[in-house]
Write a protein that binds this ligand. Structure first.
Ligand code: SAM
Length: 327
C-alpha cells in the first residue's frame, strides 16, 4: 500500500473535496461576497472529480470528505458518493453539510456508502440560528440531525459549532449537555481568521474559556480511539456523547496535518491558511495519463510555500474564502 508522506514526516491519507462554491446559508463569518458568475463555468465535472479521487486513492488516500459551499446543492452528490465507495482503497466517505437539505437525501446517501456525517450547527436557539445564517431553518436542520441519529448508519454524528463571543458563547454549557446526552460528538471550533470572516479578538473565544464554560470533568478519549485529525476528543463517564475541541488558534496542530483539499474548480491546496495551490484543471484537460496527474499531486508536498510548516505559529489572514475551500 502506497503512502503519501511530506518532507516533515506528515502522513497524508485524507482528502477534502469541495463540490460547489454556492451555499444556501449566509453565515456572516463564512460566506464572503455574493458570486458574480455562473458557477458551472469553472466547476469540475463529475467524471473529472472521480478521476482525481481515484488517483488520490492510488497514492494512499483512504478517506474522502465532501464539503462546499453546501455539498447537498450539487445534484450529483449521491452518485458521487456511490462511485467513490466503489474505488479501491477508500474506506471512509464523509459529508460536511449545514443539514438544511439533508433529511430527504439521507436514505439514498447512506445506501450509496456515506459512513461519516458532520452537520454544522452553531446554536440550539431558532432566533440565533436565523441571526447567524440569515435563514429560518433551525427546525429543518434539527430534524435532520434526529433522523440521522435514528438511522443508526453512523457511529457518532459530529456537530460542528464555531464559538463566537456574544453570539453563541452563552449556550456552550447547554450545548455540551445536549450532545453528551445523545450519541453526538460536539466539535467546538475556535473561530478562525479566514478571509471575509470579520474575525477579531472581540469575537474570538479560546478553548480554555470554552472549557471553563462547559464546567464538566471531561476525560480525554484514549489515544488509540482518537482520530489523527485536528480534533481532540473528550468524554464524560457514563454519557454516550463526546466533546471535541478544534483549536487552530490557541493550539496549533499543523504538525498533525494529514490532509489535502481540492476546491470545486480543481485547485489542490496543501493548507487551509494558504491561498496558493496547484491548478489540476490543465493536467486533466491535457489528455495526460493518471501517472502525470499523480506526479503533479505529489509535487504539492515538496513545492515551497504550499504546505504550512509545523513551526509557523503566526495567525495568517491571507487565505481563501472558507466557502471556496470547505473547512
Ligand atoms: N456548508 C457546509 C457546512 O456548513 O458544513 C460545508 C462548508 S462550511 C465552510 C464547513 C465548516 O467550516 C462549517 O462547520 C463552518 O462552520 C466552518 N467555518 C466556516 N468559517 C469558519 C471560521 N471563520 N472559523 C471556523 N470555522 C469556520
Amino acid at each position: 500500500m502506497k503512502k503519501l508522506i511530506d518532507p516533515m514526516g506528515r502522513h497524508i491519507n485524507y482528502l477534502r473535496v469541495s463540490l460547489i462554491k454556492r451555499c444556501n446559508l449566509r453565515c456572516g463569518y463564512c460566506y464572503g461576497p455574493e458570486m458574480t458568475h455562473r458557477e458551472s463555468e469553472d466547476q469540475l465535472s463529475l467524471p473529472d472529480t472521480l478521476r482525481l479521487i481515484k488517483t488520490f486513492a492510488s497514492l494512499g488516500i483512504t478517506k474522502v470528505r465532501f464539503t462546499g459551499g453546501e455539498p447537498l446543492l450539487r445534484r450529483e452528490i449521491v452518485d458521487l458518493v456511490h462511485q467513490t465507495s466503489l474505488l479501491s482503497g477508500i474506506s471512509m466517505i464523509g459529508l460536511t453539510t449545514n443539514g438544511l437539505l439533508l433529511e430527504p437525501k439521507l436514505p439514498s446517501l447512506i445506501n450509496a456508502g456515506l459512513n461519516r456525517l458532520n452537520i454544522s450547527l452553531d446554536t440550539l436557539d431558532r432566533t440565533v440560528f436565523r441571526k447567524v445564517t440569515g435563514v429560518n431553518g433551525f427546525d429543518r436542520v434539527y430534524s435532520a440531525i434526529t433522523t440521522a441519529e435514528q438511522s443508526g448508519a453512523f457511529d457518532c454524528i459530529k456537530i460542528n459549532t464555531v464559538v463566537m463571543r456574544n453570539i453563541n458563547d452563552h449556550e456552550i454549557h447547554r450545548f455540551a449537555l445536549w450532545a453528551l446526552e445523545r450519541k453526538i460528538d460536539l466539535r467546538l471550533i475556535e473561530f478562525m481568521p479566514t478571509r471575509g470572516s470579520g474575525w477579531g479578538q472581540d469575537l474570538f473565544v479560546s478553548e480554555d474559556e470554552i472549557r471553563n464554560q462547559i464546567g464538566l470533568m471531561l476525560e480525554p478519549l484514549p489515544v488509540n480511539n482518537n482520530s489523527p485529525g485536528p480534533a481532540r476528543t473528550y468524554t464524560l463517564p457514563g454519557a454516550p456523547g463526546r466533546i471535541s475541541f478544534i483549536s487552530a488558534i490557541s493550539r496549533n496542530f499543523c504538525h498533525k496535518c494529514n490532509r489535502l483539499r481540492l476546491t470545486s474548480d480543481g485547485v489542490l491546496l496543501g493548507c487551509l491558511f494558504l491561498n496558493k495551490g496547484i491548478d489540476l484543471k490543465p493536467v486533466l484537460a491535457g489528455n495526460r495519463g493518471n501517472h502525470e496527474i499523480a506526479r503533479v499531486i505529489r509535487h504539492i508536498l515538496t513545492a515551497p510555500g504550499l504546505r504550512r510548516m509545523p513551526e509557523e505559529t503566526s495567525i495568517l489572514r491571507a487565505n481563501p474564502f472558507m466557502r471556496m475551500v470547505g473547512g
